[in-house]
Design a protein around this ligand. Structure first.
Ligand SMILES: Nc1ncnc2c1ncn2[C@@H]1O[C@H](COP(=O)(O)OP(=O)(O)OP(=O)(O)O)[C@@H](O)[C@H]1O
Ligand SMILES: [Mg+2]
Length: 391
C-alpha cells in the first residue's frame, strides 16, 4: 500500500486534542486495506479512552470506487466512537470523483480545507463552541413550559415541557402522531398553545405571531416541502432574505444606491449559503425539476438565508437514501459547528438522531415520556416500549 506503516501515519497531538491521520499518497484498493487501516486507527484510539478532533490528510490519496463504501462505513463508525468533529485536507480531484461515482450523486460533503492550517483553525473554532456549550456553561436558550394544544377533541400536546441549550442540536422523536410537528409548530409560532409558555432568551414569546417569531430568529423547514416549484433554486433562497430586506418601493426610489447596495449584500450572503450547501450546479434550475433530496437541501438553504438563531427542521431526511441522509446530517452539523446555530430537529431515523443530537426529547400520544442524552434515551425502557408498541 505504501512504504510507511499505518502506525506512522497516525499522530495523536495530545495537547491539541487532535488525532491526525495522514493518508497522503496512499491507495486503498481492497477492502482488506481499508480494514487494516481502520483496525489500527480504532485500536490506537480505543487505547486513549477519550474523543478527539480528527484531521485527515488526503493529499494524493486514492480510494478506488469499489472500496469507497467500505471506506465510508468504517470512517463513519470511527467518527461515531471517537470523533468530536472531523476536518479534511486536500482531497484530490480523483478522490472526490471516486466518492461521487460511488455515491451516485453530484455533491460532496463539507469540511474540506485547502491547507492544514485552515483545517486546524476550523478545529479551534469547533472547540471554542463545544466549550461554550459544555454541560456546566450551558445556558437555557429556549424554554417550553407545560404546553397544551388540541384540535377539536384530539389532544395533540398535553403538558409538554423541556429546555433547549444555546448552540446545541436537540431532537424531538416519537412514533407517528406523537405530536412532534405540533410541538415544532408551537415553537415556530404557527400554532398558539391553549396553555403553557414559550420563553426565548428569558422573554415570554408565547403570544407572538409566526412572522414575529421569525423576526426573533426562528427559521424552519416543513415535513412536506414548501418551496415555489416553478422558481429557481436561487430565487427560492432569496425569498428567505425577505425578512432582512429593509428597503421598500419608497426607499428604492429615493435612495436607489442604498437599495442596490443592499441587494448586492443579500446576493453575496445567498451565494455563501449556496457554496456552503454545495448546490452551485443547480442555482438556476427550477426547483420542481430537482430530485427530492436536493429540494430538501434548497429548503434548508432558504431557512439559512434568514440567518436564524434557531433552526427548526421537521424530518429533513424523510424519503432520502442513505447517502443523502448522511449528507444532510453532515450539513446540519456543519451549520451548527460553523455558525453556532441552535437546531431543533424532528427525525425518525434513530441512527441519525443518536449520531448528531446533544439532547433528545421523546413524545408519545402528546406527552413527553423521556428526555436526556442520546445514550440515556436509547437505554430507557419506556422509550423502547413506546417504539416496540408502535411498530
Ligand atoms: N391541523 C390539525 N388538525 C387536526 N388534527 C391535527 C392537526 N395537526 C395534527 N393533528 C393531530 O394531532 C396529533 C399529533 O400530530 P402531529 O402531526 O403533531 O404528529 P407527529 O408526531 O408529527 O407525527 P408524524 O410522525 O406522523 O409526522 C395527531 O393525532 C394528528 O392527527
Ligand atoms: Mg410530523
Amino acid at each position: 500500500m505504501s512504504d510507511r506503516t499505518i502506525q506512522d501515519r497516525i499522530t495523536l497531538h495530545d495537547s491539541l486534542g487532535v488525532a491526525e491521520f495522514d493518508f497522503s499518497h496512499m491507495t486503498f484498493a481492497t477492502e482488506a486495506e481499508v480494514d487494516a487501516c481502520y483496525d489500527e486507527i480504532d485500536r490506537r484510539l480505543a487505547a486513549t479512552s477519550r474523543q478527539w478532533y480528527f484531521l485527515v490528510i488526503y493529499a494524493d490519496c486514492v480510494i478506488v470506487p469499489e472500496v469507497w463504501e467500505r471506506f465510508a462505513a468504517r470512517g463513519k463508525n470511527t467518527n461515531i466512537n471517537y470523533s468530536l468533529g472531523t476536518v479534511r485536507v486536500g482531497t484530490s480531484a480523483a478522490t472526490r470523483e471516486a466518492i461521487r461515482q460511488q455515491a451516485g450523486r453530484a455533491m460532496f460533503r463539507a469540511n474540506i480545507f485547502d491547507s492544514r492550517d485552515q483545517a486546524l483553525f476550523a478545529i479551534g473554532e469547533m472547540r471554542k463552541r463545544h466549550e461554550v456549550v459544555g454541560r456546566d456553561a450551558a445556558e437555557v436558550f429556549l424554554r417550553v413550559e407545560d404546553v397544551h394544544l388540541s384540535f377539536g377533541g384530539v389532544k395533540a400536546l398535553t403538558g409538554v415541557g423541556f429546555t433547549v441549550n444555546r448552540g446545541e442540536v436537540t431532537s424531538i422523536i416519537g412514533p407517528n402522531g406523537a405530536g412532534k410537528s405540533s410541538m415544532l409548530n408551537v415553537i415556530s409560532g404557527f400554532y398558539r398553545p391553549s396553555r403553557g409558555q414559550i420563553i426565548f432568551e428569558g422573554n415570554d414569546r408565547t403570544h407572538l405571531a409566526a412572522h414575529e417569531v421569525a423576526r426573533l430568529g426562528f427559521a424552519r423547514t416543513f415535513q412536506n416541502i414548501a418551496l415555489f416549484k416553478g422558481m429557481t433554486t436561487l430565487d427560492n433562497i432569496m425569498t428567505g432574505r425577505s425578512l432582512k430586506i429593509k428597503s421598500n418601493f419608497l426607499t428604492d426610489a429615493l435612495y436607489w444606491g442604498f437599495a442596490q447596495k443592499e441587494e448586492i449584500k443579500h446576493r453575496e450572503h445567498v451565494e455563501k449559503i449556496i457554496d456552503f450547501l454545495e448546490i452551485q450546479a443547480i442555482r438556476k434550475t427550477p426547483v420542481g425539476r430537482l430530485p427530492y433530496g436536493l429540494q430538501k437541501r434548497v429548503e434548508l438553504a432558504r431557512a439559512l438565508a434568514m440567518e436564524p438563531k434557531v433552526l427548526l427542521l421537521d424530518e429533513p431526511m424523510a424519503g432520502m437514501n442513505v447517502e443523502e441522509k448522511e449528507d444532510m446530517a453532515r450539513f446540519i452539523l456543519d451549520v451548527n459547528d460553523q455558525w453556532g446555530t441552535t437546531v431543533i430537529l424532528i427525525e425518525h431515523d434513530m441512527g441519525v438522531v443518536m449520531d448528531i443530537s446533544n439532547y433528545v426529547v421523546v413524545l408519545d400520544y402528546g406527552v413527553k415520556i423521556a428526555e436526556g442524552t442520546p445514550d440515556e434515551v436509547r437505554a430507557d425502557p419506556v422509550v423502547i416500549r413506546a417504539y416496540l408498541g408502535a411498530h
